[in-house]
Unconditional design. Sequence first.
Length: 174
Amino acid sequence: MAEIEIPKDVNVSVEGNTVTVKGKLGSNTRPFNDALLSVAINQGRLKIESVKSNKKLAKKAQNAITSFSKEVQTDMKGTNEYFEVRMEAISAHFPMSLETKGDTLLIKNIFGERAPRPAKIAGSTKVEIKDKALRIYGTKLEDVMQTSANIRKACKARNKDERIFQDGIYYSLN
């Protein structure tokens, strides 16, 4: 069993097998397996416990409680402050340009290619481009990290020596 304190500026609701977390920046919904878990709100706390149905599923239910409680806590944090990743475009051979179009980031002229390389922006994540710097932010941690991974994957040097062609978009510490 796990109990999570619900912060004052967060609104949590349970409907069926989904938990909805709403805060000042937006909302996140997270489904859970109702065959393993039962979730209820009690006196400002979210109570997650296993369904007492089968001994064989006890360990699986305990793991589900642990992971689901951590996911809900990150959702609560994300609805009040954005999760953020900073990246930077680095090009040595060809000048690279970046553009967002809908839910896609277009990477133009990487390695001198004529066709732009697309990178999918996951969920409700937002991407800001300022010169060669990218700011990827959103309320859901999984979507922010998946978007940054999609950008890294789109910049992979295909059929080229990666020791020489090091152009791409890399994680930045700034």
